[in-house]
Design a protein around this ligand. Sequence first.
Ligand SMILES: [Zn+2]
Ligand SMILES: [Zn+2]
Length: 245
Amino acid sequence: MYGIECRFWFDPRKTDGREFWSNQLSTYIDALRKNGQILTVSVNPFLQGKSILLFLSLPAKDGLSKSNHNARSRSALSDVLRLLKKPPIYKHEGTRAEGSLECKHSHRSMHILLTNLMTNDSPLVCGDCSKPVPLFRLPYPGGKDFHEVLRWVSAYQSCEELYLDSGFGERFAWQQMSTPNSELTRRGRTLCKAWESIVRKPFYYYLPIEEPLSKANCPGCNGQFANLNQSSRFKHCKKCRLATS
Ligand SMILES: [Zn+2]
Ligand SMILES: [Zn+2]
């Protein structure tokens, strides 16, 4: 995960800072996020003189490069550029203390869909190196962006929060997270299936399990979990496309 400081000098003859943020810049940020180019959920824009300053987290160093934009982020960017006095200034701030650096494989034999409350990383992990894969490197599993994937991430993290709170929602949340046919799991597995049909490589859905891994059977088919590969911390069931660790 990389950090970047971005400064946008708006033209005060055409807009003012608050208007520019709420009409054009926030639309651009939303498009970048839904296209998997940035990981930041809450941007906290700062108005400084006639500029707006943002700090973004990127899943890869080239996250903001033009070639990674889709139609929506390109069009939102041109709306932003029209109101600027000079080109945006981007300053790379190095790698972030939390999160992992991305998978650098050009070909991956498999992917795993997983997330947790502690991370903003991409929810897709490479099955070969266990590192996150920037979403923008993959096709959409449907629709015009990764909105459905981000909705699944948010639903999963909400369940995990309820589970960790150990209160009224604990049992419901664990059932959603850990059973192969819960509504939450089905949503994620549908995404995996769609990706697999496009990419033509296996996409596994991560299911947390309570019992020790050595004794656990696949909750989908009751068969045995197998090692994903020699160095991986994940085990998987090929038939059900489920993974765990
Ligand atoms: Zn990899
Ligand atoms: Zn199975």
